[in-house]
Design a protein. Structure first.
Length: 208
């Protein structure tokens, strides 16, 4: 049972097939880490690259992510048993005053697809709640999303609160009105224009 088959089924968003293949691979004694890295994460990585190049769009990403989630439900207990740790923890949320969540959810899926443990703080999240959630989960990354120009200013409150709390977590920001210039202005650790780039950015910040 090849991890390649899992990778292909995941990219096509075939949820039942992914679940069957993951279970079959485990039953055949395939290393859970190999199923994760060569099957699931490889598939999401390819989808992420295609998304960046506009070769696939949001619906394709969502169905691939749904297939990954279903496969992960079977795989996660085995990963824990095998002592396979996530590469880091990311807390994500939409900033206070903003109720949009599609972008945030996409970023969450891409981060999971990159091997992160993702804690979703939800929408309309205050700076205090970001800090509390980051502390409780020892977060390495705090991802803050905004879709409204009027709520963008609240991103600075999160960046300032992280510094005041003395957290080492890196703050990354994104959303339709957000720019690299705004990121530099408020002192965030990084900005990405889309969900796939956000996962790459988070990984590169982990290494820095």
């Amino acid at each position: 049972m090849s991890t390649e088959a899992i990778c292909q089924a995941l990219m096509k968003g075939r949820t039942p097939e992914v679940k069957t293949l993951v279970q079959a691979a485990l039953d055949a004694g395939t290393d859970p880490a190999a199923i994760l890295n060569e099957g699931m994460l490889a598939g999401m990585s390819i989808i992420g690259e295609k998304f960046k190049k506009n070769e696939v769009y949001v619906p394709e990403v969502l169905i691939a992510a749904r297939a990954m989630k279903a496969g992960m439900e079977i795989l996660r207990p085995k990963l824990v048993d095998a002592g396979v740790e996530p590469i880091g923890t990311a807390v994500i949320g939409t900033v206070k005053g903003d109720l949009h969540d599609i972008g945030k959810n996409l970023v969450g899926m891409m981060l999971e697809g990159a091997g992160f443990k993702v804690v979703d703080a939800g929408i309309d999240v205050s700076a205090e709640k970001f800090i509390e959630t980051a502390k409780a989960n020892n977060a390495h990354i705090i991802g803050v999303s905004a879709l409204l120009t009027t709520t963008m200013t609240n991103m600075k409150l999160v960046v300032d609160a992280v510094k005041e709390a003395g957290l080492s977590a890196k703050v990354i920001i994104g959303g339709a009105p957000v720019t690299q210039a705004f990121c530099d202005e408020i002192g965030a650790s990084g900005y990405s224009a889309d969900a796939a780039s956000a996962a790459d950015l988070a990984k590169s910040l982990l290494a820095s």
